[in-house]
Design a protein around this ligand. Structure first.
Ligand code: TXA
Ligand code: MG
Length: 310
């Protein structure tokens, strides 16, 4: 069953039932080594699934839960290996969405849920995206409209020597550091798809639309779009600056989408824009680069991955 969260839609199963969890992997076509996040209704349920629950985990949980933050901690014995992809750690989060919380409370158990898209596809931010990506592999979608953030949770690993961000996401690093200043983050951290054990979300091409994507600086977008178009192929653009949008407008491209010049609002619309681009059956999609500033890192991470060929 797919359900809404404040980040993206999740494909859920009862997290302590290994056989149900395995169905998630087959529905998504996801390799069994990629760990799933367990969704809980509060810190108490999280503690029961963790072997070790540190002071840092408590502080982060109290400051950011419910919300788009996943904490990776050593797993308790009750957590099946199917959930963690064989790892000794488990990712836990409390979603800030009434439907997701109601579902956890109604089952009385933790829900394992990855984003509700086919493996390697763009995460779904509407129920329609879920159906389009998973088709017959999903039997029920709880539709609560578009997700508030539209980008996945930030994943912080607390199982090692030093806390570190494994995946940039909807909770910003500066916010996290107000609570745990020593959290490490390597911008652009990229692990080759086949060595992605530490966090498969780091696999280089994880957020890919089916369309070929090229990233370009604002000033180059229109020129590049024009060149590609003249070679006779269907070209689309995703822009965010007015200048770039205007320069592209006169080219009469097959597809043009302008996103807000604000990182949070941009993130909210990005995946929908990528889904749209796929629907438009383009040969190439040119995405305008975003600023190299921390509030844009989660977005930059998603579009860079989308542009990387396998
Ligand atoms: O916002 C979200 O996090 C959404 C909603 C549905 O909650 N879920 C989501 O799940 O994005 P998924 O499976 O698409 O991504 C989970 C991320 C992956 O990057 C995975 O590697 C990482 O969390 N992760 C989960 N458990 C982990 C673990 N034990 N160690 C390291 N990384 C882990
Ligand atoms: Mg995913």
């Amino acid at each position: 069953m797919a359900f809404p969260t404040e980040t993206v839609y999740g494909l859920g199963a009862r997290g302590l039932h290994g056989s149900e969890v395995l169905r998630i992997f087959s529905a998504k076509g996801r390799p069994s080594g990629h760990p799933l996040i367990l969704h809980v209704d509060g810190e108490q349920m999280a503690r029961a699934l963790a072997l070790v629950w540190t002071e840092q985990a408590s502080r982060l949980a109290q400051s950011f839960w419910p919300g788009p933050l996943t904490l990776v901690v050593p797993k308790a014995g009750v957590v099946p290996r199917a959930v963690t992809g064989g790892l000794e750690s488990v990712g836990l989060r409390v979603p800030r969405h009434p439907v997701a919380l109601a579902l956890i409370r109604a089952t009385g158990e933790t829900l394992a849920a990855p984003s509700a898209n086919a493996h390697m596809h763009v995460s779904p931010t509407t129920a329609e995206h879920v159906v389009r990506s998973l088709r017959d592999n999903v039997d029920l979608v709880l539709d609560a409209g578009p997700c508030a953030h539209g980008i996945e949770s930030t994943v912080v690993d607390l199982s090692g020597d030093r806390p570190r961000v494994l995946r940039a996401g909807a909770t910003r690093l500066e916010q996290l550091r107000t609570v745990v200043p020593e959290i490490a983050y390597e911008h652009g951290l990229q692990v080759a798809a086949d060595s992605a054990r530490a966090s498969p979300g780091l696999a280089s091409r994880h957020y890919a639309p089916r369309t070929r994507v090229i990233l370009a600086e604002g000033e180059r977008v229109a020129t590049l779009a024009n060149t590609e178009k003249e070679s006779g192929i269907a070209v689309g653009v995703i822009t965010w600056r007015k200048e770039t949008r205007d320069a592209c407008a006169c080219l009469r491209l097959a597809h043009a989408r302008d996103l807000p010049p604000d990182a949070e609002r941009y993130a909210h619309e990005l995946f929908a824009a990528l889904h749209e681009a796929d629907e438009a059956a383009l040969d190439v999609l040119i995405i305008e680069r975003v600023p190299d500033r921390s509030e844009w890192w989660a977005v930059a991470d998603r579009i860079e991955r989308a542009s990387r060929a396998l």
